[in-house]
Design a protein around this ligand. Structure first.
Ligand code: DHE
Length: 591
């Protein structure tokens, strides 16, 4: 462990790429025309620039090949299938499933035909400093693949299938009906201190006993499983895969096991459950990237009740967007509402689940490219990053209104759920770090006690560098932890910075670096250290040491008081651990 003042300010283009890619741009505005590929031949994409959705599930779907057009090079069925796979894996995350543009430019045929084959080929080869990766010069795509992609873009886009009630019901499976489930907790686990750990590349979650650090069980889930969330009572755990498969796990069983499953689309990232008093465990909601929709389900069986499309108008331009993805979802503690964040249209939807037959939705104009966010310490205000716009939108979930949209103070905010700390000078603040630079921004969240500081960036700290994804603290902790897993410097990506909250009064406060990757004792791999999560008591914090699928990974547990290594959890079944969700903290929004 070493302590240092700010030695390194590794600024990374990272998500900055996608921030700048859209500045001033809306659908159909191909600024590529202004940048000749010859000018950007030296351009290189940073690892963080790759932090874009890869629609790996859609890529495997059969899609009808659009008919050939006169004057446009026709693709064979095999060529179309190869190009379609590459498009969904590498391009659709930015340019959209239907190529109508998202954080990247639109690539509809009216535009691509004007640009022409050679231009497209060169642009794909060299990329652009505005965010387009250099697929050719990086060696990611071969010359033949790039030529194929240029031809593919001259053809009409393929449309993946919709996924409605019929398709959902076909995938819906209640493994253990409610009346056959236990009526009391059958195991002797301290459920509040169980950690659900995402095993990303095996499509599993590991349930780990936070007291003994032993693996309780490993449960098969959806493809490239993403996050876990808890029901209000803490009994049910929901995990969602990138293939939009939701698994419902009953923690009362011995051992905890899956009791229901469903697919709510083809690509998804978010799931949440009803938390309002009187509605505990009643509903679940899943949000999909494709088709663009959210689905309200029964909280105990996952039976789909209501599917709502998110297609519609962008909040500011009032132009139609055909595929606005559902990003983060949280459940209000003040009203029977889900807070659903829609990426491309920039709307925050307050979905009232008290009467889903007569569904009332409050549509809040916020900012485009909403991604991840969390509550302030009171649980009343929700703060969400519009990451490609470098802004944070704030909603008052008690009043059901936008408080404001503010600059985050850095490039591409990525808070996860953020961290809440009590600042010695500014009172309660919510914290986000950034993908694009070393800024850690503290935003005042106490309009009553600290009115002058509320909803302002009251302090900016300098962390180890860009490539940060998650910050974390706990009401009982005196520390603020900042990870940097996507920083290109191996030493930085395998360590975390810790700021002492008591020191934040000083100018330019120092941080301590914890070499978590080194502490894991793993010799091989990049050892990215990602996403701290506290135990229930708030006296230790767990980090994932995230290595390649064929390599050893681990979880490293740090004593929050001493900042010393407490223990390393290793097991050959712990393959690619990333997110960790402590049952108590997740269900009570403690972060
Ligand atoms: Fe995530 C949360 C989307 C890549 C780990 N991620 C989220 C949320 C969204 C999202 C919308 C908020 C969910 C919520 O709160 O309801 N993530 C995406 C992407 O689109 C993206 C950029 C690319 C993709 O193809 O999926 C992406 N995410 C990643 C990763 O590569 C990470 C680091 C490793 C992994 O497991 O895949 C990753 N994302 C996480 C984690 C959370 C998350 C751990 C939850 C953090 C929390 O504290 O709640």
């Amino acid at each position: 462990m070493k302590s240092r003042n700010i030695l390194k300010h590794t600024t990374m283009l990272a998500g900055l790429a996608f921030a700048t890619a859209l500045v001033g741009g809306s659908l159909g505005n191909v600024s590529a025309q202004q940048t000749a590929p010859g000018d950007v031949k030296k351009h290189e994409t940073t690892p963080g620039g790759q932090y874009q959705p890869s629609l790996d599930v859609l890529k495997e779907q059969e899609m009808e090949q659009p008919g050939a057009k006169p004057g446009i090079p026709a693709l064979t069925a095999e060529e179309f299938s190869t190009a379609n796979k590459i498009y969904f894996e590498r391009c659709a995350g930015c340019h959209g499933v239907l190529r109508k543009g998202a954080t990247g430019k639109a690539l509809t045929t009216d535009l691509t035909k004007e640009l022409g084959f050679e231009y497209l080929r060169d642009f794909i080869t060299y990329g652009s400093p505005a965010g387009m990766p250099n697929w050719g010069t990086s060696g990611d795509l071969s010359e033949a693949e790039i030529e194929l992609m240029a031809n593919y873009l001259l053809n009409e886009p393929a449309q993946p299938p919709e996924f409605g009630m019929k398709e959902m019901r076909e995938t819906w499976n209640v493994i253990v009906p409610v009346d056959k489930r236990p009526t009391r907790q059958l195991n002797s686990l301290n459920l509040d201190n169980i950690f659900s750990v995402t095993l990303r590349d095996t499509g599993e979650v590991a349930l780990i006993n936070g007291d003994t650090k032993e693996i309780v069980t490993i449960i098969k889930t959806g493809y490239a499983v993403h996050i876990s969330r808890l029901s209000a009572s803490g009994r049910y755990l929901f995990a969602i895969g990138r293939d939009a498969k939701i698994d419902l796990i009953d923690l009362w069983m011995d051992p905890p096991a899956k009791v229901a499953e469903i697919k709510i689309g083809s690509e998804a990232r978010s799931v949440e459950t009803s938390k309002m008093e009187g509605w505990e465990d009643k509903y679940a909601i899943g949000g999909a990237y494709w088709p663009p929709q959210y689905v309200i389900m029964d909280g105990e069986t996952l039976e789909p009740q209501k599917i709502v499309s998110t297609r519609g108008m962008v909040y500011d331009t009032q132009e139609f967007h055909p595929e606005p993805r559902v990003a983060s979802i949280v459940a209000s503690h003040y009203r029977p509402e889900f807070v659903v964040n829609i990426k491309e249209t920039g709307q925050i939807l307050l979905v009232d689940y008290s009467d889903i037959k007569n569904l009332k939705v409050t549509t809040i104009e916020a900012e485009r490219f909403l991604h991840d966010g969390g509550f302030d310490s009171s649980g009343r205000y929700f703060l969400v990053a519009a990451n490609a716009r470098n802004r944070i939108a704030i909603v008052d979930t008690k009043e059901g209104k936008l408080v404001g949209v503010i600059e985050s103070g850095g490039a591409t905010p990525h808070p996860g759920r953020g961290a809440n700390i009590v600042h010695p000078k500014f009172g309660p603040v919510w914290v986000t770090s950034h993908l694009g630079d070393e800024t850690v921004s503290l935003i005042g969240t106490d309009p009553e006690g600290h009115r002058d500081h509320a909803w302002k960036v009251v302090q900016k700290l300098s962390g180890q560098g860009g490539g940060s994804l998650f910050v974390k603290s706990h009401p009982k902790s005196g520390n603020l932890y900042v990870d940097t897993p996507l920083n290109p410097d191996a030493e930085i990506s395998s360590s975390v910075a810790v700021f002492k909250i008591g020191d934040l009064e000083k100018d330019n406060p120092e941080y301590t670096v914890l070499p978590i990757g080194e502490w894991s004792g793993i010799a091989e791999g990049v050892k990215r250290v990602v996403q701290g999560e506290f135990n229930k008591d708030g006296d230790e914090i767990w980090f994932s040491v995230w290595n390649g699928k064929e390599q050893e990974s681990a979880l490293v547990v740090v004593d929050d008081k001493t900042l010393k290594l407490k223990t390393v959890i290793k097991d050959k079944r712990l393959i690619t651990p990333t997110g960790k969700f402590n049952v108590y903290n997740t269900r009570n929004d403690v972060y």
